[in-house]
Design a protein around this ligand. Sequence first.
Ligand code: GDP
Length: 424
Amino acid sequence: MVKAVVGANWGDEGKGKITDMLAREADIIVRFQGGANAGHTIVNDYGKFALHTLPSGCFYGHTTSVIGNGVALNIPVLFEEIQNIVDRGVPMPKILVSNRAQMVMPYHILFDQYEEERLGGKSFGSTKSGIAPFYSDKYAKIGFQVSELFDEDLLREKAVRICETKNVLLEHLYHKPLLDPEELLETLHQYREMVEPYVCDVSSYLWNALRDGKDILLEGQLGTLKDPDHGIYPMVTSSSTLAAYGAIGAGIPPYEIRKVIVVCKAYSSAVGAGAFVSEIFGDEADELRRRGGDGGEYGATTGRPRRMGWFDCVASKYGCRLQGATDVAFTVLDVLGYLDEIPVCVGYEIDGEVTTEFPVTAKLEKAKPVYRTLPGWKEDIRGIRNYGELPENCRNYVEFVEKQIGFPITMVSNGPGRDDIIYR
Ligand code: GDP
């Protein structure tokens, strides 16, 4: 059975925690898209970890962690991450890397930086991890696939050819130092050495695992609103964040994905630029940011303060629909316990009309939030394990949101740890 864990919104919904928790009963955890541009924060018996590339299940001895073909694989980052967790006492995880995954090259990271510099104030708020240049090259068919590392003639020819193309831009558009094919080849050799022990025909491995009745978790990065097709284009990421893409980015049949667990945070946060209708500012935002998540809402990769907002039913309903939610995991509810009243965005007013349908970007820019204010519960709800024991106003908040979004909230997360979960 395959379950996907994906985000409903702008990312940072707490997918890492939910994956880590569900991994207890899984055999294989697969990353199927994205790169080291976003992070998951996980708190478990070994401590607190920020992962960017490794699947969140890598802390269990019984699981295999898989980097699927859809991932933007940054080999040095992967190795640093493995080293870092092993140094902190976590047993060496079992890792498999798809022979069809493509690699983020040092020049992708440079081009990301150069392009942000060139765009100045008009930039897309890139994390400068090379993700957009990487996926551009993948679809322009000039990316390096892991399997190609083992074909020396191909590698040599391609290194020369790619430097030629890249150097035109480096010289004439960015006025930056040129790439040297020998140096690039050297880097590719290093990557080959690092990745060789883990290379695997992942789609075949997963096919056999499914035949053997194994439980597989697909772990998404970011959320629906960052999807290049269905998100807030162009302020999106470069690979699909949808559960449907899990089939492609892992190489499994789409009908095998039986459960889609959509993670939705009890308030909103976003990083980078782009319309954010229920955004709040000033002291109100600072307080929520400071209290949010586990130790504040700051980017796991960049440390950037996240933009904060009230829960957005319009965006979340859309986010759950596009993911095809069978279950919603409603997270970080404990954080809201300090509020007397909690505004919830229930509609968007666009050109004088109120809608509950999430619009295209040009209209989204004009949307104003329509709020309903619910009473707070003014209680610390951490440690509660039964839904019925939550304060009444807290349950009312969950049930109000569930009705607005139209998908079942089957899990409520009330703390960052593995066991901080209430099943409904
Ligand atoms: P992800 O990228 O979707 O995995 O999300 P992040 O890891 O970036 O952000 C989620 C943050 O919230 C992390 O710091 C988690 O430890 C924390 N977190 C997850 N679930 C809960 C929860 O229910 N309550 C609290 N207080 N923190 C949580």
